[in-house]
Design a binder for this molecule. Structure first.
Ligand SMILES: [Zn+2]
Length: 377
């Protein structure tokens, strides 16, 4: 509807749609018979979706003109009715009851939720989410002052890899559950099954749901592992140093793509970053050109490039024998000690500035609660 109008505008070479124009069109659509259902839902999420659409186009145009850092942004696409859906309720679109398992959403009414944790403050918005496996979640945007963990003197360097998900500078190695790899056979079977079903049939819908359920199971296992592991790292260490990996570049290598996506390096980094801010830890990222696997962590001698299959090597200068990943993790930790960090978009930010900026301001956090499954710790 409005998004189709935007695409039209864009193709005709016009500029980004204005919010007032979009709003006007929405009001007109509500009067038509075909889109009458628009009047049955609250206007709060509808207005929000227009704001989101406007933002998406603004990001896209800025990206085209080179005014936006990071990856090129593509124009917004239509949403599929069967993929993940959400409705955001702001201001007067929702109401919370004190000490209750119910929340009120405009035009929907009171719904029962199972809280996964307590809200630290009054939320500024509530998002109702239905995922592709038909599970419902509610997420809250809450502004609060982070609760700091007691300080300690430990620091850790982390080398991310494929054989071992992470190698720590203390020599510890952690394997990833790699849920996709384990479920690949079943996933392919369900995908084949779905493709054989006739479009629009009931059986196809059943097959689609089965596949969607497996997908959510895979990502749940992965996220659960990443959350537990990142929390452990944050709890135990004051300073955490990670190597900035060119994940999007690596994913272009098709052989590696699936394995890397299955590991979830990117989410892991995002989790470490968010939790560091929340708990008052020092998170540093060293740039990807630091020769962490070429240098001897003992004497600093640079032994040159080593092929990926070289797992162990002996330093030609001091004669010490190294495990490739442990040596790299130690080098990452050492490199992290030298003040400056590079943030993910290749922009130089001095650490102290970045930390003050994140640390003093209150943090916005998303809290989710799942009403259909039991709460997770
Ligand atoms: Zn050496």
């Amino acid at each position: 509807m409005t998004s189709a109008y935007c695409q039209e505008q864009y193709r005709e070479g016009n500029k980004k749609p204005s919010s007032s124009e979009l709003s006007k069109r929405l009001t007109e659509l509500k009067k038509t018979e075909k889109k009458q259902w628009l009047t049955e839902v609250s206007s709060v999420p509808l207005q929000q979706s227009l704001r989101d659409l406007e933002q998406a186009y603004s990001n896209f145009f800025k990206s085209c003109k080179g005014q936006r850092k990071g990856k090129k942004v593509k124009p917004p696409k239509f949403k599929k009715r069967k993929s993940k859906q959400s409705a955001k309720f702001t201001d007067n679109g929702f109401k919370l009851y004190p000490d209750s398992s119910y929340i009120h959403l405009a035009k929907i009414g009171d719904i029962k939720v199972i809280w996964s944790r307590e809200l630290p403050a009054t939320p500024s918005s509530v998002t109702l989410i239905k995922d592709s496996a038909d599970r419902y979640f509610v997420g809250f945007v809450v502004e609060f002052n982070p609760r700091q963990l007691p300080k300690n003197n430990n620091s850790v360097g982390i080398d991310l890899g494929i054989t071992d998900f992470a190698t720590l500078s203390n020599g510890e190695k952690v394997k990833s559950p790699q849920p996709l790899k384990k479920q690949l056979k079943r996933l392919r079977k369900l995908q084949r099954n779905l493709s054989r079903k006739q479009k629009g049939s009931k059986r196809r819908e059943v097959a689609r749901k089965k596949l969607a359920k497996l997908h959510t199971k895979i990502s749940d296992i992965r996220n659960d592992f990443l959350h537990k592991f990142s929390t452990k790292i944050i709890r135990e260490n004051q300073t955490i140093v990670l190597e900035d990996l060119n994940v999007s570049g690596m994913v272009k290598n098709r052989k590696l793509a699936r394995a890397i996506s299955d590991l979830g390096w990117r989410s892991f980094r995002a989790m470490l970053e968010a939790k560091s801010v929340m708990y008052g830890r020092d998170f540093r990222v060293i740039d990807r050109w630091t020769p962490t696997s070429q240098t001897c962590s003992c004497c600093g001698f640079r032994g040159g490039k080593k092929e990926l299959n070289v797992r162990e090597w002996i330093c030609l200068n001091c004669g010490i024998s190294h495990d490739r990943d442990v040596n790299a993790a130690i080098n990452i930790l050492v490199a992290g000690g030298h003040s400056e960090t590079l943030n993910g978009r290749g922009e130089k930010v001095s650490l102290s500035v970045k930390k003050a900026h994140l640390g003093e301001a209150s943090t916005r956090q998303n809290f989710s609660s799942c009403p259909l499954s039991l709460s997770k710790g």
